[in-house]
Write a protein that binds this ligand. Sequence first.
Ligand SMILES: C[S@@+](CC[C@H](N)C(=O)[O-])C[C@H]1O[C@@H](n2cnc3c(N)ncnc32)[C@H](O)[C@@H]1O
Length: 425
Amino acid sequence: MTVVEALIKVEREDAYANLILPPMIRDLEERDAAFATELTYGTLRMLGLYDRILNSVSTRSVLEMDIEVRAVLRAGAHQLLSMRTPPHAAVDTSVDIARKFSGQSGSKFVNALLRRVSEKDIEEWIAQLSEGKPRGESLAIRHSHPEWIVNAYRDALGSWEECELLLAANNRPATLTLVARPGRSDGSELVELGAEVCALSPYAYRWSGSLRKVAGLIDGSVGVQDEGSQLVAILSSAAEVIGQDDRWLDLCAGPGGKAALLEAIGIQRGATLTANEVTPHRAELVRHVMVHPENVMVMDGTDMDLPASSFDRVLVDAPCSGLGALRRRPEARWRKSLRDLAGLVPLQEQLLLSALKLVRPGGVVAYVTCSPHIAETQGVLERVLRDNSFELMPIPAPYVGNTLQLWPHKDGTDAMFLALIRRLN
Ligand SMILES: C[S@@+](CC[C@H](N)C(=O)[O-])C[C@H]1O[C@@H](n2cnc3c(N)ncnc32)[C@H](O)[C@@H]1O
C-alpha cells in the first residue's frame, strides 16, 4: 500500500522518490522498509519496460488507465519479474490493493493483467518486445531508458557495447560517498566508523551505514558528495594559473558541494572563494556549507555586476540535463526530454562566456556538467571558444586529453564532464 501511494505521489505531484519515501517508511521494520525501498525505486526505474509489457497484454494503454491502477500494475510487474516474490503472493497483494483504490472492477482488471504478465519471465518478455527492433530501441527496452537518452549515450561513448554497460550501471543504486573537507576533517573519524577510502579523490570515503552516525555532517566538516564531483573540483583548483591565484569564483554554486570543497582547498592555499547562485533558497544552502557564508552572493551568472577580469580562477558548474546522474534519482529519466536541452544549451553558453570575461588573462575557467550529452559538453565548447583568446588545457595525468569525461560504469562516479580553459589575452 505504501509503495503504491509513493508511486502515485511521484507521478501526480512530480515528487522525488528519495525525498518522499523515507518519511513514509520510517515506522516500518528494517526488512519491510528495505523491501518497500527496493520495490518503489525498482518500479520507477523499470516502468518503461513494464509499461510495454502491460500494453502488450491489455487492450487499453497503461497511460489511459487510472493513476492508481497504473501504479498497482507497475509495482505488481516489478515483483513478478524482478524480485523474488512468489507469483501468487505478488498477484494477490496487488489485487487486494487495487480493490481498496478502485473496487471490484479495478481488482478484476489487475488480476487478469498480472496473470498474463506472470506467464513469461523477464528475459522472455524482453526477447519478445525487442524482436526485429534496431539496437537503440532494444537497449531502451531491456534497460528501461527513453530511447533518445540511449542514443545520446551512444553518441558520447562511441559504441553500443559501452552504452549498454552504462545503461546497466544506471539501474544499480549509487553507493553513498562522503567528502572530508580538507582543513576541516582529515577523514580519520570516518575510517574509524567503517568508511572505505576511495581511489580518485583523496577526500572521498565510501559509506554504507546510517548517516546519523556521521557527526561531521552537522558542523559541515563532512558532506555527501559524489567522488566525480569531488574530482572535478580538485582538478579545477589544481590547473595552473599564471601569476596571482587567490581570487576564486564559483559562478553556479547551489547547493554548494563543490563550493565547500573549493573553499576548503582555497583556504589552505591562501585563496578566497566567492560563491554565486541565482536562486535565493539555493544560495542559502551554499551559506550553510561554507566557512565564510558572507562570501555567498545571489546574482544572475550571465550578467554579473562585477568588473571584468576580477578573478584568477572561475568554476562554471552549469545547470544541465543531469543525464550523468540518472542512477541517483529513479524517476529522473522519465522527466527529461530533448526539449530541455533547447533551453539549457544557450544558458550554458552564456554562463561560460560570462566566466571567460570574469577571469583575468592568464587565469583559468573550469567548465563542468553532470551530463555527458555532447550538445552540453563539446558542443558548448566549440561554439564559445571560437576565437584564439582562449586555450583548452590538458587534463593532468593520469588522465589524458583536453577534456575529461567520467562514467558510472568505468569510474564508479556520476558522468561528470570537465574542461579547463585558460584565458590568453
Ligand atoms: C549543477 S548545479 C551546481 C551544483 C553545485 N556546483 C554543487 O556542486 O553543489 C547548477 C546551479 O546553477 C544555478 N543556476 C541556474 N541558472 C543560473 C544563472 N543564470 N546564474 C547562476 N546560477 C544559475 C542553479 O540554480 C543550480 O543551483
